[in-house]
Design a protein. Structure first.
Length: 115
């Protein structure tokens, strides 16, 4: 878990610094803003994966798939009886933890900026 969290953290920081270098320029206030947005997006993606894996959307997904099969006239295949929570295999805890760490670095930078 720690290795995957570190990889997600590294990917987020690389995205932040890529946006800084090619976009706004190197300044602490730009790092604070961009890291907040990147961590927010990663956190929302992690929460979406959590909701999908929890089984909350299984019945909705099954209903849409059943209606779409009737409209298109498709045959059932090996994936037609699988629930959405079984199809999504991403671990969500690592993504949420890494986004919280990036958010905390953003808050620490904000404190340093105003000192």
């Amino acid at each position: 878990m720690l290795k995957r969290t570190f990889i997600y953290l590294l990917i987020q920081e690389l995205i932040i610094f890529a946006i800084l270098f090619w976009g706004t320029g190197l300044a602490l206030i730009h790092y604070i803003n961009i890291s907040f947005y990147v961590s927010l997006i990663a956190f929302l993606i992690g929460l979406l994966v959590y909701v999908m894996r929890s089984g909350f959307l299984d019945r909705v997904h099954y209903g849409f798939r059943k209606v779409a099969r009737k409209i298109r006239g498709d045959e059932e295949n090996e994936f037609s009886d699988m629930m959405l929570s079984e199809l999504v295999g991403l671990p969500y805890a690592d993504m949420i933890l890494s986004s919280v760490l990036v958010f905390l670095s953003s808050m620490l930078s904000l404190i340093l900026y105003y000192l």
